[in-house]
Design a binder for this molecule. Sequence first.
Ligand SMILES: O=C(O)CCC(=O)c1ccccc1C(=O)O
Ligand SMILES: [Mg+2]
Length: 328
Amino acid sequence: MNYKFEFRPYQRKFKRPLQTSHGTWEIREGIILRLTADNGKIGLGEIAPIGWFGSETFLEALDYCRNLPDVISDRTIFSLPPNLPACQFGLESAWESATLKTDFKSAFSEDQTPSSRSNYSGLLPGGEGALLGRQILWMQGYRTFKWKIGVLPFQREVRILQELAIALQQATGDHPVSLRLDANGGLSLAEAEAWLQICDQLGGILEYLEQPLPVTELEAMVGLLDRFSTPIALDESIATLPQMQSVYRQGWRGIYVIKPCIAGSPSELRQFCHLNKIDAVFSSVFETEVGRKVALKLAGEIQHSSQRALGFGVDHLLESEKFLEDLW
Ligand SMILES: O=C(O)CCC(=O)c1ccccc1C(=O)O
Ligand SMILES: [Mg+2]
């Protein structure tokens, strides 16, 4: 089968630049794909790379799209090299929706993704902003929160964490409350140990510490799993499927943060998660609704038994995605 291939780069601003231990992020750049099958059926897909995180860069993805012909075949879609994981995801998911029994709209009206905010983790603003941000997200219905650490000096962040934890412990309601910390690989071993000691003392509400150490420090992170009761989640270390497979073979039994939009082929991701019993948390890369729908559908197929909140509570951080309506 052949498909007409079209693509549109887009830019979407963060309302406030996002601070992580990798630096500041102001504009999310990505590419929307459109495949039109011979029978007229249309499938959309999204390429939303994060170069600093371990996928191809936006420019590498754009270069790949510019070099594709106007008409492509199934063979092209399923033979992308592993160094283009966000492109693999975008093309294959566009292909899935162009070849599905149902059309794009009805495929998603039967969509099973949870609509209650309590099933999602809300990403807090960095630094002191987390405290007010927590109140706002709470009122919107979030009960799981994620906060980036390794951005401000250690002592300042510890004080903010303690305030956050007290606020969360005092907040009332039936739904369990939890807090995730994400270091984006920016801690030293000594800092990670100090954080984990504090986390262990906070007890129940601390769900996990995400990617405390750089990608190269897997063994040290395995060591942390044994020495502290707060669980460790890998994120940057398992950005793409080959990395997930490698870490799994090396015996990682902590949490896996999966970002479907940069992991690679959705069908291979499905297969990996069905074959291997992993404790998975699905997570956004600030994609638009085109990629998010596919990612959440995958999460629903894979994460069904897990109680963990979906890491897709990020929309409040970005400007509107209305531009999607005028791309074609
Ligand atoms: O996982 C979440 O809850 C929100 C998404 C998120 O934090 C994120 C978004 C884009 C790039 C990196 C990350 C990250 O988890 O490090
Ligand atoms: Mg992370």
